[in-house]
Structure formats: C-alpha cells, structure tokens
Design a protein around this ligand. Structure first.
Ligand code: SF4
Ligand code: SF4
Length: 280
C-alpha cells in the first residue's frame, strides 16, 4: 500500500482526498516545468467553463464548441460531455498555452484550477460509480510542484484557485455526473434526454432560445422575476436549465407544468398505459 506523500509512478495516487486532506505543492512562472502540464490533456469542460471561456473569447456557444471542443460520450454513464480539443502539433498542446503561460488564465477551466488534484465526479465515477464526491491526486514526473514545502489542505487549494463560484454554477451538472440517488438517476437516459442534457450542459445560447423562442413558456409556469433574470443572466439560466431537467426527466417539482399541459400529459400517459395493456 502506498503511503500518502510518497513518490508514485506517474498517474493517480491510490488515495481518496477529502476537503481536509493535506498535500505539499507550489506552481509559479519561472519554474523549470512551467507550462509542461498544458498539453496532451483529455479535459472535460464544465458548463461554467464553457460560459467563461466563450465570453472571454467573444464567441457564441456554437462557435466555441465548434472551434475548441470535441464531444465525448462517457463510457459508463453514457453522459455526453464537451472536452477541450488539443492542437494538432507534436505535443498536442492546449490551444491557449504560450511560452509566457495561459492566455485565458483568469478564465481557465475548472480542471486546470484543481490540478494536481482531480475531481471524482469527472472520471472516477466511470471506474467506480459510488456517487461519492471526493478528490484524488495526479502525480506526474514532469511536475516539479511536489518538491515545494508549501502545505495546503484541499479546501485551502480550492479557495486559492477560485473554484467556489464554479461549484455554485455547476451544481446541477455535478449532481448529474455523480448520479446522486436523490436525482432519481438509476437508468440510462434516452437519446433525446441525453441531447437535452448536452444542450443544458454546453450551450446556454441554445437553452435560451429553447426557453424563449419555443412553446416552452406555454407549457411551463415560470415566475415573472425568474423569467426576467434568466433572460440576461447566463448562470441563472444554466441553473434553471438543470432544475428543468430534473423536473422533466425525474419528476422533481422544480419547474412546474401549467395545468393544461399537466392534464394533457396525464391523458397521454393514461392512453399509453391503456394501449400497453391492450397489447398484452
Ligand atoms: S487552459 Fe490554460 S491552464 Fe489550462 S491547460 Fe490550457 S493553457 Fe494550461
Ligand atoms: S509545477 Fe506542475 S502544474 Fe505548475 S507549471 Fe510545473 S508542471 Fe505545471
């Protein structure tokens, strides 16, 4: 059994880190390894990463997704995610790295903020689906940051790297990724549901058009103040989107159908049940 703090081979240290777990690390410009960690990455982008990055670059969601991402279907959960597309150079460099550092540093993705820590919700759940929220340490021999004496708890590192605002914005998405039991997420989603998940997760522009330019508001009862807020606030729209997904897919009572839409839904459900009985 490896002991925390020992030198491991490259890869994930076999230990679960909690918010109080300690580690030693430092990273700053001028280190011999500076920027060595910014290539050949398989990085899942969170919904808030996409909002921050596309706004930083002055792009629409569609443009950002087309230029900088490639879609991936997670093997076990079958959830579609957007991953950051590396450049087609020898190193498979991140498109935002330069010798001087990251050109979008203030808006760098959540995974870059956490590094060298990883978040279980992203990929570990694929290996061991526990629904548990924990962290792990990625030790790579090119990274000299572990030689430092600066000691952090995971909580201190999170604060230093500004991840709390990401956690807040990404909460609904994280719950999906962790397949929280309270989410009622037991079975695989249909293709249509996965499409809805991907739209909410990666494309607030499209989500906004879906809410405001389709028959959505004929069916759903959305409070006037909230409606005004989600017209202009992308994070509020994102959170609303996940509340709607929970309601539409798992029957949560967060975004309510209007009476006439609910009655139609019940009628259709009755007809479907009757047709199913008749087929037996
Ligand atoms: S986004 Fe910035 S910090 Fe993250 S891998 Fe790319 S260059 Fe490095
Ligand atoms: S210390 Fe590690 S994280 Fe920092 S620049 Fe070097 S390789 Fe990257």
């Amino acid at each position: 059994m490896n002991i925390p703090g020992e030198t491991y081979q490259d890869g994930i240290e076999p230990r679960k880190y909690t918010i109080e777990s300690k580690f030693k690390f430092a990273c700053h410009k001028g280190m011999e390894c500076y920027t060595h960690c910014c290539s050949d990455l398989n990085m899942i982008l969170t919904p808030y990463d996409i909002i921050q990055m596309k706004n930083r670059l002055g792009l629409t969601c569609d443009q950002f997704l087309a230029i900088y991402t490639k879609p991936e279907m997670l093997a076990r959960t079958k959830l579609p995610v957007a991953t950051l597309k590396m450049l087609d150079d020898d190193k498979k460099s991140c498109p935002f790295i330069t010798p001087e550092g990251c050109t979008i540093y203030e808006d760098r993705p959540l995974s870059c903020r956490y590094y060298p820590l990883g978040i279980a919700a992203f990929r570990e759940q694929e290996i061991q689906p526990t629904g548990e929220d924990f962290y792990f340490m990625v030790r790579e021999s090119h990274c000299l940051g572990f030689q430092a004496d600066n000691e952090w708890t995971v909580g201190e590192w999170r604060k230093d790297q500004g991840v709390e605002v990401y956690d807040d914005a990404n909460q609904g998405w994280m719950e999906f990724m962790l397949r929280k039991k309270s989410f009622g997420f037991q079975a695989d989603l249909s293709e249509e549901s996965r499409g809805m998940f991907f739209m909410v997760s990666s494309n607030v522009d499209r989500l906004g058009r879906f809410v405001f330019e389709s028959s959505f508001l004929d069916k759903y009862d959305v409070e006037k103040d909230l409606l005004e807020q989600i017209k202009t606030d992308e994070v509020a729209l994102l959170k609303f989107g996940f509340n709607w997904l929970q309601s539409a897919l798992f029957g949560a009572n967060k975004v309510k159908l209007k009476d006439h839409a609910l009655n139609t839904y019940k009628e259709n459900a009755k007809k479907a049940a009757k047709a199913a009985r008749a087929r037996r």
